[in-house]
Structure formats: structure tokens, C-alpha cells
Design a protein around this ligand. Structure first.
Ligand SMILES: C[S@@+](CC[C@H](N)C(=O)[O-])C[C@H]1O[C@@H](n2cnc3c(N)ncnc32)[C@H](O)[C@@H]1O
Length: 384
């Protein structure tokens, strides 16, 4: 067994990212195939408890403290550092160690392992806190929602598992306005969920496309751009590029927008007519997947109506393969169902969506094949 595990470890070290993920998937599959019914019951049954305990430890700063320490820490030291009661910490650390989030080196003494170090990253904390705080109550309500709607694919964005969970008639983004803590996790998660080197900017021929853009013309309009991380990236990468760079979002995001020199921050609701006419690039990332098809059509119609013949509509989204979708992508798809009655789409589904509104998908740039992320280059159909 030890020998087999060492060989797999070496194989993982020598593998590229795809190979590493394949190894993880194979090991999980093997472990699950060995389960007896009680193992499967316990694995699923206690799934949410692990996240709850991890959230407690984010609040206590435990993972960062363990990661910072070069040596193992006793429960007494941990209790003193976190301010939590010793008796409680004994139980929490025992639980964390039981599911390998920390390593127990001897009685009541713990050290950071790789999972602890991952949990100590601010980006990991923001993502887990978003899924736990905002999304998880919605997941709990998926069964009720689907039972009520007769097990049909949800398309009514005004009544989703989100509305069941939070007992509100507001849309998720309007609701966020009064949830500063949860909104902050969400914004941080959106900003850090992908590495900057894996972005459309590394793949799309921006300079070629915008070469002749006059300084007064809007060159890049980021619609639903959050607090402006991508506008900042665009500006940093194309410092000398002439043309206006504009961030658009709802008032609560614009209120927190980054003060990037050269970026105009503008309040705009994308269900209203687009005020910036004839821009070179209209760009939306992770926006359209938040909406069911009839709402996506409304959003892109407003953009289509102001596009110049040489404008580009760039849609940066997950593009699902037709078969064998991975667990993360299908989980995101299900969370879209829960929150918005929306979905992740295949390239054929995207193409059809644009085509119905007089737009053509001319090229797809997959910039992260492992996560299926790509940018769809969409243009006015000839004759529109
Ligand atoms: C999933 S986030 C994506 C943010 C950003 N594009 C990114 O990829 O990091 C969706 C964004 O759409 C914005 N949004 C939602 N409804 C909107 C509306 N009606 N008009 C403008 N922005 C909206 C939200 O405030 C949020 O910033």
C-alpha cells in the first residue's frame, strides 16, 4: 500500500495540471467504489457539517495561524491564539483532523498540512464563505422548489430556490445590496476565482481588433463588471491603448468600484437601453449564465441595438462540453438553477441564443480548457 501510494505521489508530481486532476478523480472514484452503504450514507450525510466547522475556523483565523507556525501547536496554544475555549477547540481540532483538514502529530497537538494551507488562502476563504453563506441555504431548498414545480427545469427567475431560502421577493443581486458581508465574500470570490494569467486577455487578439480605435471612441465596455477588477487588468495590460474604458454595474457595485486611473465607473442596469453606443468591445463575464434564456435575450438585445458594424460582443463564460462534464462545472450549473433559474450552456446553446437575436458566434477562444472557460466572439449578423 505505502509503495503504491508513493508511486502515485511521484506520478502526480511529474504530471501537468490535467494529469494531476485525472489522478485526483481516479483516486476519489476508487475510494468511493470501496464504500459500503454506511460509508456512502456517512459521506453524504455529514457533508455540510464539514463546511460549517470550516466556517467557524475561518472566523477564528485558525488556518492562517496554523499555516504561519513553523512547528506543531498544542490545543492550549491554539485556544489562546484564537480566543476560543479550550474544551471547544479540542473537539473542533479532532474533527478537522478526522477529515484531514489539519494533521494531528500527537495527543492534542496539530500542524498545518496542504489542505490547511489551501484553507489559509484568502481566495479559498472567500469562495467557501460565499458557497456556505449565500448558496448553501438555496441548495437546501432545491428539493422543495422542484417538488412544487412538478420536476420541470426552472425558468421563472422570480421564484427560485433562492427565494424559498431567503423568504424574499427581491432578485439575488438586489438582495445582496442589504447583505454587505455576503456581498463582500461574493465580490472577493469573483475577483480571485481564476488566476490572472488564465484570462481572455492572453488569448483574444485585442490589439489586432482595436488597432484603429480613435481616442474618443469607447474601446472596452465591461457590462456587469462587478467592482472593476477586469477593467483594471485591461488597463494594466493595454496602458497605451486609445479609447474609453468603461465599467458598468448596479449602484452597490459601482459604490465599491476600484479607483483605476483611466476607467470610467458608470451605474447601468443592463435590462435598460445601453447608453454607450458604437463601442468597439462590449464584454460580459459570468453575467449571462445568471439568467434564463428569455432574460439573456433582453440583455443582448440592448447591446445589439447599439453595436456598430465593427463592434464585438465578447461573452466570457463556461462553455460546457456535450459529454462528461466535470463535477465543478455541473455544480456551478446546479447553483445557477437554484439561484436564478438559469444555466451553464454548451457552445451549440450559446450559438442558438445569439442567432435568435440577429447575432453570429464567429469564434470561440477557450482560454482554460480544464474549467471550460472561454470567450465567445459575437458579431452582428450580416444584414442586421
Ligand atoms: C456573477 S457577477 C460577475 C462580475 C464580473 N463580471 C466578474 O466576472 O467578476 C454578475 C455581476 O452582474 C451584476 N449585475 C446583476 N444584475 C445587473 C443589472 N441588472 N445590471 C447591471 N449589472 C448587474 C452584479 O452586480 C455582478 O457584479
Amino acid at each position: 500500500m505505502e509503495e503504491a501510494l508513493s508511486r502515485i505521489e511521484r506520478l502526480a508530481e511529474e504530471s501537468d495540471e490535467l494529469g494531476r486532476q485525472d489522478i485526483m478523480a481516479s483516486l476519489h472514484k476508487l475510494a468511493y467504489s470501496l464504500e459500503r452503504p454506511e460509508n456512502t450514507r456517512d459521506r453524504y450525510g455529514f457533508l455540510q457539517l464539514q463546511t460549517a466547522i470550516i466556517k467557524v475556523d475561518f472566523d477564528l483565523g485558525l488556518f492562517k495561524k496554523l499555516t504561519k507556525s513553523a512547528r506543531a501547536l498544542s490545543v492550549d496554544e491554539i485556544a489562546q491564539e484564537t480566543g476560543a475555549q479550550r474544551e471547544l477547540m479540542v473537539r473542533i481540532l479532532r474533527h478537522l483532523s478526522a477529515f484531514n483538514a489539519v494533521d494531528e502529530v500527537r495527543k492534542e497537538t496539530y500542524i498545518a498540512n496542504q489542505v490547511t494551507k489551501n484553507l489559509a488562502q484568502t481566495s479559498t476563504e472567500a469562495g467557501i464563505c460565499h458557497w456556505f453563506g449565500t448558496a448553501s441555504p438555496q441548495f437546501q431548498n432545491i428539493p422543495v422548489l422542484l417538488q412544487k414545480n412538478g420536476y420541470t427545469n426552472p425558468v421563472d427567475e422570480t421564484h427560485t430556490a433562492f427565494h424559498e431560502a431567503w423568504d424574499t421577493s427581491l432578485s439575488p443581486f438586489a438582495w445582496f445590496e442589504n447583505q454587505p458581508l455576503l456581498l463582500n465574500y461574493f465580490n472577493q470570490y469573483m475577483a480571485t476565482r481564476t488566476r490572472t494569467e488564465q484570462s481572455w486577455l492572453q488569448f483574444y487578439p485585442v490589439l489586432e481588433e482595436v488597432a484603429d480605435c480613435p481616442p474618443t471612441r469607447p474601446v472596452y465596455v465591461n457590462i456587469g463588471g462587478g467592482v472593476g477588477h477586469q477593467c483594471a487588468q485591461f488597463k494594466a495590460m493595454y496602458t497605451e491603448l486609445p479609447g474609453r474604458v468603461i465599467l458598468q454595474d448596479l449602484p452597490h457595485s459601482i459604490a465599491q468600484a476600484l479607483p483605476t486611473p483611466g476607467v470610467e465607473n458608470m451605474i447601468h442596469d443592463f435590462f435598460e437601453p445601453q447608453p454607450i453606443k458604437g463601442a468597439k468591445i462590449y464584454y460580459l463575464r459570468a453575467v449571462l449564465h445568471d439568467h434564463p434564456s428569455h432574460k439573456v435575450s433582453q440583455i443582448i438585445r440592448h447591446i445589439r441595438d447599439v453595436m456598430a458594424p465593427d463592434s464585438r460582443l465578447l461573452v466570457d463564460e463556461m462553455i460546457l462540453p456535450e459529454t462528461r462534464v466535470n463535477a465543478v462545472a455541473s455544480s456551478v450549473d446546479m447553483s445557477m438553477l437554484a439561484a436564478f433559474a438559469s444555466m451553464e450552456r454548451t457552445e451549440a446553446q450559446w450559438r442558438g441564443t445569439f442567432h435568435r437575436e440577429g447575432l453570429d458566434l464567429v469564434k470561440t477562444y477557450m482560454y482554460n480548457p480544464l474549467t471550460y472557460e472561454g470567450v465567445l466572439d459575437v458579431r452582428l449578423s450580416p444584414g442586421v
